[in-house]
Design a protein around this ligand. Structure first.
Ligand code: DQA
Length: 148
């Protein structure tokens, strides 16, 4: 059976819907999960959608994805701007990764402009809210369809 696409969400993304709605909108993480699952189904991919507030758990999931997933979509939340450990985990694996952010991180505070994990990602989608996850699934689908 084909391997799923893992979608990993970092800290505080479990609070979507209540958290700074002016920046992140009113959709909950469960709403985004449902959108992602529908998009995955439409494009023929199973989606394994997870969230953790713990950096080490996210690192473990990236390592696990190396064998168990076909591709990876990561919204690392605040760890985007701090986590060498997530970068190293992503650099260690061979499957493609697309980075996603709900907000446009380049329009916000200076410290959000730097993403540690971008150098391990094929590309970055930000500023489109929950739609960004669907765009990322489309992008990964195209990447996975390319001959190696
Ligand atoms: C975020 C942007 C990060 O800077 C922030 O820490 C988040 C969410 C986004 O999706 O826009 O938690 O990754």
């Amino acid at each position: 059976m084909a391997k799923p696409i893992y979608i990993l969400n970092g800290p505080n993304l479990n609070l979507l819907g209540k958290r700074e709605p002016g920046i992140y909108g009113s959709e909950t993480l469960d709403g985004i999960r449902a959108r992602a699952q529908a998009k995955g189904e439409a494009l023929g991919h199973a989606i394994d959608f997870r969230q953790s507030n713990f950096e080490g758990e996210l690192v473990n999931w990236i390592q696990e994805a190396s064998d168990k997933a076909s591709g990876l979509i990561v919204n690392a939340g605040a760890y985007t701007h701090t986590s060498v450990a997530m970068l190293d985990a992503l650099l260690a694996i061979q499957i493609p990764c697309v980075e996603v952010h709900l907000s446009n991180i380049f329009q916000r505070e200076d410290f959000r402009r730097e993403s540690y994990i971008s150098r391990a990602a094929v590309g970055l989608i930000c500023g489109f809210g929950p739609k960004g996850y669907e765009l990322a699934i489309e992008a990964i689908t195209d990447i996975l369809a390319q001959p190696e």
